[in-house]
Design a protein around this ligand. Sequence first.
Ligand code: PA5
Length: 445
Amino acid sequence: MKDIRFTCSYALTESALQSYKEETLSALRTLTEGTGAGNDFLGWLGLPKDIRSQVKTIQQTADRLRRDCDIIVCVGIGGSYLGAKAVIDALQPSFAWLEDRKPQIVYAGNNIGEDYLCELQDLLRNKNFGIICISKSGTTTEPALAFRLLKMQLEKQAGKEAARQRIVCITDARKGALRTLATQEGYDTFVIEDNIGGRFSVLSPVGLLPIACAGLDINALLDGAEKMMNCCTSATDFDNNPALLYAAARNHLYRQGKKIELLVNYHPKLHYVSEWWKQLYGESEGKENKGIFPASVDFTTDLHSMGQYVQEGERHLFETVISVAEPNRQLVVPDDEANLDGLNFLAGKRVDEVNKMAELGTRLAHMDGGVPNLLIELPKLNEYALGQLITFFEVGCGVSGYMLGINPFNQPGVEAYKKNMFALLHKPGYEEATAAIEQRIKGLK
Ligand code: PA5
């Protein structure tokens, strides 16, 4: 199986790169030896191996849900759904009617949109559906609200006993409302270990169960992850350690004033890989008024919206391009005798060749325009390559975070909006905050 490759020679010189050798190696040691801030959240480093003992049970649960359900709703937000959606969207066919693909995987609890929830309820009406509810804390409002609505709908449609068979919860081993509820209702559960944070949990049951429910090969995903994890240890020298090279290059660019990293793909199926990556890096690095801002674009689509800015706007950007060497399908541009569209110069070429030339042309144009680019090459879009990519980004994130001097494994800033929201919604226990916020709002009028 071919491995993914990382290249940064288009973005910085060899001597600049080498000047980061000691710093990155030291950050990697801090990570792997568990001597840095947030060292109680390093369980993900062992996941590709440690989770193997649970794969059989995860697969059996997935097989049962696949047999019993036409639709499976994954309820969760942030790290509790993005990794699964990233892998599933990347590997499932982009278009399929419900009749053609059973079960269909849909998502809830990742927003509080009333229309979204009503439309989901419409979709699920009179359908055989199941629910995987994922929340590490077991107290997050968005998934809890969606789960309440969907659980009630399922019980009404299928009866309480059948609903019980089609609900699986993934949460803390002991704490949280979801754990209490799952125990009392007798649902099947999987545990998110204390030492694994949400955004680093895709290779735990959090990601593996939904991915297996989509019919994808979770063993191959873990094989890729394990291979990359072995490549990213201190045993691999700096020049051959992709996560170290990535951490070195992006920190170098950041220190040169490139404060925004654009993750670029040329395949729309990778859109949610970027969404997962943005959470991973945004929540890990954006602290203490520091951190590269993670943004993303889908090219060539966004070349017709964001391309102008990238080419000529403020020069605070660098790009990390995900390139896929060989698509899974082939399509050749046909010859057309009339040639009214003037496209016969492309006849006989693969659509992917057109895409690749757009990719190369864009990378060169952006470099000329002062946007350095880093390159990640995936041999193919499959479970193995995605397992490698996930691990590459996770280790790169831990190393980068320590180079930045922050704790990459907490997210204290996420609490601020929750406190205000609960105060505004009069949640018991927030009386003082409610009084303060109401006063503040009056002052604004
Ligand atoms: O990375 C994180 O820890 C967060 O993004 C969480 O995944 C997200 O807030 C959801 O939390 P929970 O799984 O506790 O509902």
